[in-house]
Design a protein around this ligand. Sequence first.
Ligand code: GLY
Length: 426
Amino acid sequence: MNILLVGSGGREHALAWKIAQSPRLSRLVAAPGNPGMAKLCETRAVGATDVAGLMALAREIAADLVVIGPEVTVAAGLADELALAAVPCFGPTAQAGQLESSKAFTKAFADRYGLPTGAYQVCETVEAARAALDQFTAPFVIKADGLAAGKGVVIASTREEAEAAVEDALGGRFGAAGARVVIEEFLEGEIGSLFALCDGETSMLFGWAQDHKRAFDGDQGPNTGGMGAYSPAPVFTPELVEQVRTRLVEPTFAGIAADGAPYRGVLFVELMATSSGPQLVEFNARFGDPECQPLMLRLKSDLVPYLLACATGTLAELPPPEWRDEAAICVVLAARGYPGTPKPHGEIKGAEADFGPDVAIFHAGTKRGGDGKLRAAGGRVLNVCARGPDLETARDRAYGAVAAIDFHDGFCRADIGWRALTRDKA
Ligand code: GLY
């Protein structure tokens, strides 16, 4: 099979790493890819929102399957164009992708289909937002309505911070994505990320993990796209998984199909496990980043048949995926300043060494200079991932590799996996 994989981050590097192991694969082309992916497959300099360029590339390589990594490609409507050209695509249409691309759409969808989620108000002006804040108590949750590269969510501990976040978003910090804000009830509990595949009709759970959203150790500092993740995560008891499946996953796939936009791809359910069961925090129309990275390390089954089955409506023919009975972890190395203004161009040494079969270094925001040196090119730069018989071993292997990488202008959290590791010791 010829596969076109769209994207350039750590999630896409992990997907490429797993797809490249498939006996079904003839040719893998990544667009635009990154220097790490370039060691696994062909890369082409076509941007993730260049729908015309991606369509031309899919035709050129006679793609049997196009796999969409990032949300911006979903929102740009690549799946819609591929459907017109009858090219199988793993990734939802722009309409179905509104489950991620509009927080206001998702809250209204949750109301219509009875999904458990916190109270909210959608506001288009600062005055309306101030009035809405009166309805909530600290900590305040303020979200830009649209896509903001993981930076559109502020958890404000004071009213002043909340008003500043509202003014920031409505004042244009996120462009059109911040033309509306959603002010939400803060949900108490433990966060979790669950993934489910759908082919438009049939759905299947596809793993779960836990992310670390805050920038600094001890869950301090601003929200980020994710500073690390691990799987399995003990928050996902069999009971919770079943509740998420019946209360969130299945009604969502049924509802979006009833709305005329059957979902084909992976739905990422970000949820809060509360004392009254799972509450929806938000949906994403793609794999989580960095959650995808440990999931790919644990996935024993060939990934390609699952991606293809979502695209071709044949998921019912496949068994549930098999997972290694091991733990896996991802530690994000970010450029100093992230999630604000990351320091650019920092040199990275030692990341391309062979760390053995249980460690994988995925590139998230890197570039190769003309001098051949690897440099930072983004906020989240490298994903240092490892697996092991238990989470402690996986964690030690990952941090061992972190210590061997020289990225002077970078930082990482030192406590990835803390909830599970603390729980294990309790
Ligand atoms: N790690 C959270 C996300 O992918 O949005």
